[in-house]
Ligand binder design. Structure first.
Ligand SMILES: C[S@@+](CC[C@H](N)C(=O)[O-])C[C@H]1O[C@@H](n2cnc3c(N)ncnc32)[C@H](O)[C@@H]1O
Length: 283
């Protein structure tokens, strides 16, 4: 594996890939419990953006980094022919349990096992920001689409807008143990920049990239649940939290719960977590 020029110095793609894999193996059930209601909010606009221009037929869709299978299930409800792939055995087991009628396969977004031109549409919902080599995954998405096929991915907006990320990152900056380091990875918010998404999609062989903001709101029971969601249900942020010594982690937890409390609305928290959907076409 080779790092790209935008990546931080010291990035070892294999090390980062393995770190993410370990993280998702650990986090699958809690991701499903806490993040599913949030990441599912982009499904319909994502499928609209990846859908074939003309109705008719039964378009074949590849759901890349499918996780618990939400996007695949929604596409199957549109009567598309769906395959979901994910590199985490735990996620694939969960997706098969959630939606037994759908074809979920173990596979790597950076090296797909499908023939060229196998699909009319491909999507990746909040997957690209977890990849060691996103350029490779974009090239692979392009390769497996047939000419005229569409691809769409979603990412989080920057932390000044995704207030949940800001709360956790600020608390770690203030109370985290500075000696804790994780395997270096590509910038988490790289594709929150529409220009960067357009550039990367065109470099991978796509044309006419378009970026659309989508306003998501995360509704959770309490500040304690919000902290647990990141601690147990996320790979990268969860990895950073889990690597903290107990004393630092306790301070981070208290700080996170204090900072997120003002987002209470009635009996729940309501946290702005906007996303961006990038969509494009294979020429
Ligand atoms: C944030 S979750 C998104 C899950 C799902 N798409 C959703 O809509 O909620 C990221 C997913 O990417 C998967 N993933 C990360 N790196 C991958 C890779 N190289 N190949 C395939 N899947 C990968 C993880 O296992 C995890 O299921």
């Amino acid at each position: 594996m080779v790092a790209s020029e935008i990546d931080p110095p010291g990035l070892d793609p294999k090390e980062f890939h393995d770190f993410e894999h370990t993280g998702w193996q650990r986090a699958a059930t809690d991701y499903h419990r806490h993040f599913g209601s949030l990441t599912s909010q982009t499904i319909e606009p994502l499928l609209d953006a990846a859908g074939p221009a003309s109705a008719g037929g039964e378009p074949r869709l590849l759901d890349i980094a499918a996780g618990p299978g939400y996007v695949s299930a929604a596409a199957a409800r549109r009567e598309w022919s769906v395959t979901g792939v994910d590199f985490s055995e735990s996620m694939i087991a969960l997706a098969r349990r959630n939606f037994p009628q759908i074809d979920f396969q173990l596979g790597d977004a950076e090296a797909l096992s499908f023939e060229n031109a196998s699909f009319e549409a491909a999507v990746m919902n909040f997957g690209i920001l977890h990849l060691a080599q996103p350029e490779a995954a974009l090239r692979e998405a392009c390769r497996v689409l047939r000419s005229g096929g569409r691809f769409a991915f979603s990412v989080w907006a920057t932390p000044d807008q995704t207030r949940g990320f800001k709360v956790v990152l600020d608390a770690v900056a203030e109370f985290g143990d500075p000696s804790v380091t994780l395997p270096a990875g590509p910038p988490f918010f790289r594709f929150s920049d529409p220009e960067e998404s357009r550039r990367a999609l065109e470099a991978a062989g796509f044309v006419d990239p378009r970026i659309k903001p989508v306003p998501l709101v995360w509704r959770l029971e309490s500040p304690a649940v919000f902290f647990e969601a990141f601690l147990k249900g996320s790979a990268r942020t969860g990895g950073l939290l889990n690597a903290q010594p107990p004393e630092a982690l306790a301070k981070i937890r208290a700080s996170v719960e204090r900072r997120i409390a003002p987002f209470a609305s009635g009996a729940k928290l309501e946290i702005p977590m906007p996303a961006l959907i990038a969509s494009t076409r294979k020429p």
